[in-house]
Ligand binder design. Structure first.
Ligand SMILES: [Zn+2]
Length: 53
C-alpha cells in the first residue's frame, strides 16, 4: 500500500566536510550521515520534481 497523500519533497543534501551530495525525500527519509565522514549532511537545495497543479 502506497501512501500517496504524504507529500515528500526531494532535497539535495550535502556533506559539509567532503561535499558529496545525495538526494533524499523528506519528511519520509531522514537527513543521512555522510558515508565517508559520518557527519550529518545538510540540505543544500530544494528540488521541485513532479510539480502538479
Ligand atoms: Zn563527507
Amino acid at each position: 500500500m502506497i501512501i500517496s497523500k504524504e507529500k515528500n519533497e526531494p532535497v539535495e543534501v550535502r556533506c559539509p566536510k567532503c561535499g558529496r551530495t545525495q538526494i533524499v525525500y523528506i519528511p519520509k527519509e531522514e537527513i543521512p550521515l555522510c558515508e565517508t565522514c559520518h557527519v550529518r549532511m545538510v540540505i543544500s537545495e530544494l528540488l521541485d520534481e513532479g510539480k502538479s497543479t
